[in-house]
Design a protein around this ligand. Structure first.
Ligand SMILES: C[S@@+](CC[C@H](N)C(=O)[O-])C[C@H]1O[C@@H](n2cnc3c(N)ncnc32)[C@H](O)[C@@H]1O
Length: 299
């Protein structure tokens, strides 16, 4: 694939996502109910989990039961912050890369998460295919997506205050590189690449300014209870998906050479000093400040 037919990326490089969106921004409720859903869905332990779009690592501490966590994000600066927080411990591998072209070999992970990231994805089938490729047989994929068939959209559509149809299966791009998805579309696309959805939870029932004035503990408790209902009209839906039993199991990979591949050509890589090199194509990727940088080859 050439860079030209690559979908566009919502670039967070240099953004203050952590302080502009989370810390002190009145989103404790959202943060806490997402953690409730993760704890309910994700297996408690595993070998290696890939966190796609980890950003600064808000949720990485939820994956404590995994022997290794790969924090992958397109933004180098978000990963730098994550590294300041989680350290250069061997348990954490920091990878700057495009999720559409994962620099990982097939079957090297038994877990993957995408939370608050799919809404930036122009090409969902491509992302799902990549996630399936890097998962070992029967691996776990925890996916959160923004739901287009949520109650607010349904009401607005009924009152003709919104032109897009929340019941239509096509993803809607309501702001550039921000998409909402129909639950059935997500289910279909997951199935096409070899996942079966085992569980779904509706999350964030009270994401409305007026309701959020109520005590956070009360809202979190109510949300946690309502997550057990089949009311899939919330703005956010969490799904637990299991990969089928085909493909490679490469979970024993324990060196950069056995874990990574060239994102552009799929070739094996060898480590040379502070670079990873694809010998045939001569493409070379930097390891900077303990972060594998696969965003683009160096000259
Ligand atoms: C809204 S943040 C979510 C961060 C985190 N998952 C959380 O819930 O706090 C979205 C992240 O996805 C990353 N991202 C968007 N498109 C990407 C792509 N194509 N490849 C890798 N990361 C991407 C952005 O850099 C950003 O850090």
């Amino acid at each position: 694939m050439t860079q030209n037919d690559m979908p566009s990326i919502c670039d967070y490089e240099g953004s203050n996502y952590r302080t502009d969106f989370w810390e002190g921004r009145g989103r404790d409720y959202e943060d806490r109910v997402e953690r409730v859903a993760i704890r309910r869905l994700l297996p408690k332990s595993g070998k290696r989990l890939l966190e796609i779009g980890s950003a600064f690592g808000r949720l990485t501490n939820e994956y404590a039961g995994y022997e290794q966590v790969i924090l992958l994000d397109y933004s180098f600066s978000q990963l730098q912050y994550a590294q300041e927080h989680y350290g250069r411990d061997k348990r954490f591998i920091y990878v700057a890369a495009n999720a559409y072209q994962l620099p990982l070999k097939a079957g090297v992970c038994d877990g993957a998460t995408i939370i608050r990231v799919l809404h930036h994805m122009q090409d969902v089938p491509k992302i799902f295919a990549e996630v399936r490729r890097i998962l070992a047989p029967n691996g776990t994929f925890l996916l959160e997506f923004a739901n287009k068939r949520h109650i607010k959209a349904m009401v607005r559509y009924a009152l003709r205050r919104q032109d897009w149809n929340p019941y239509d299966l096509t993803p809607v791009e309501f702001v550039e590189l921000n998409f909402d998805f129909h639950p059935r579309y997500i289910a279909q696309e997951l199935q096409k690449v070899g996942f079966s959805t085992k569980k779904r939870l509706p999350v964030s029932f009270f994401r409305l300014g007026a309701l959020k004035k109520l005590p956070t503990n009360l809202l979190v408790g109510l949300d946690a209870t309502l997550q057990h209902t089949p009311f899939f009209y919330t703005p956010s839906i969490f799904t637990l998906n299991i990969a089928n039993s085909s493909g490679e199991n490469a979970l024993s990979a324990n060196t950069p050479e056995s874990l990574f591949r060239c994102p552009e050509t799929g070739e094996d890589l060898v480590r040379e000093g502070d670079t990873m090199v694809a010998r045939k194509s001569s493409l070379r990727y930097a390891i900077r400040d303990g972060i594998y940088d696969f965003k683009a080859p160096i000259e």
